[in-house]
Design a protein around this ligand. Structure first.
Ligand SMILES: [Zn+2]
Length: 370
């Protein structure tokens, strides 16, 4: 049955005049009328009804205030011998109404949903809005690029905690409490005996104590120091390598460094080791790589020195080996490390190191493209 859009649902949903019956024939008449009324309502095309209206239909015919309830209550007015028949008739109508009304309500919902989709006019052929997938942070990318050649050189890449016991960060690395080197690394103490690690060298102590010898490990990770200016940030990344085995000498270190930097720069590069001091190595040296802009003749990138400072290295101090439970008469080792941020800085030509940590998406995206 199609009704004009402005049909009166309330007329169709009117309650019957008489709600009570006292004989079987009276009851039958009332039940038939109710069945007809329901049939009329659910004959309306579902698209003519809103979801709210279909709810009204459900409440009217099967709800707690529907005539069905009155009729069930009126059963007590029937003579005892008719009560059973009367009850059966009412229940029969009840299940008919519930089934039909439920079907009708579902049809109304489906048609309302269809209408809604049509109104929204979803065009599946339209191009998608531009997706921003993001990319690896430039410093993370640089760290991975440095770890890759080390893997190829046979190093196992390991990890260690950033919140570190003072022992692993200092004592195990030959930096006792009164050592002036502690001054060089202004530290964040989190609690008594707990610091944010000032270098990834603490991972070396873990490796020696927990893995034992022989060792060939590399690690890259965040380190923390209380400093902030153009070329220093409180959080920066280091990459670090450690080899401990029988008969390790400076020659092994030098050849590993040569191989490593050749992999990093994609061609053999000239290295220079300058004597230096670190508490955990002896002898110690700074690693300089020949400037790849001017090849030693001097330019702005290398401040006209012809060399770029890359990091530090040295043979592992025998005291460090001993405090990490390794017999220094049998074993020796070398270590080298460098700041990943510095390398990213020279790689990407960044003047202010802090800009790498300002969360500037435009900068990161620009660098990711290189
Ligand atoms: Zn240069």
């Amino acid at each position: 049955m199609d009704l004009p859009t402005e049909f009166s649902l309330s007329d169709l949903l009117e309650l019957p005049q008489t709600a009570a019956a006292s004989s079987l024939s009276e009851l039958q008449k009332l039940l038939d009328e109710e069945r007809n009324r329901c049939a009329q309502v659910i004959a309306v095309s579902p698209e003519n009804l809103t979801e709210a209206q279909s709810d009204e239909v459900r409440v009217r015919f099967t709800g707690r205030k529907s005539p069905l309830q009155d009729w069930l209550k009126s059963l007590r007015n029937f003579p005892a011998e008719e009560r059973k028949d009367a009850g059966a008739k009412i229940n029969q109508l009840k299940s008919f109404l519930e089934g039909e009304v439920e079907r009708f309500v579902l049809a109304c919902r489906a048609s309302a949903e269809k209408l809604r989709l049509e109104r929204e006019k979803v065009d599946l052929t339209l191009p998608l809005p531009e997706l921003n997938l993001g990319s690896r942070h430039p410093v993370s990318a640089a760290a991975q690029q440095l770890l890759e050649p080390l893997r190829r050189l046979g190093f196992t890449v390991i990890d260690g905690p950033e919140l570190e016991r003072e022992f692993y960060n200092f004592e195990a690395l030959n930096i006792p409490a009164e050592h002036p080197a502690r001054e060089m690394q202004d530290t964040f103490f989190v609690a008594s005996q707990w610091v944010l690690r000032t270098h990834t060298s603490s991972v070396q102590a873990h490796a020696m104590l927990e893995r034992g010898v022989p060792l060939r490990v590399a690690c890259a990770g965040f380190t923390y120091r209380n400093e902030l200016d153009l070329t220093h940030v409180p959080t920066f990344r280091q990459i670090e390598c450690l080899v401990v085995d029988k008969g390790i000498t400076l020659a092994n270190m030098r050849s590993t460094l040569d191989a490593f930097f050749a992999e990093v720069f994609g061609r053999p590069v000239k290295l220079r080791l300058r004597s230096s001091y670190f508490p955990f190595t002896e002898p110690s040296a700074e690693i300089d790589v020949q400037c790849q802009q001017c090849f030693g003749s001097g330019c702005r990138s290398c401040k006209h020195t012809g060399w770029l400072e890359m990091g530090g290295c040295g043979l592992v101090n025998t005291r460090v080996l001993e405090s990490c439970g390794i017999d220094s008469k049998v074993y020796s080792g070398f270590a080298f490390g460098m700041g990943v941020d510095r390398i990213a800085m020279s790689k990407f030509g960044i003047a202010d190191l802090r800009s790498l940590y300002e969360g500037d998406v435009l900068l990161s995206r620009q660098l990711a493209l290189r």
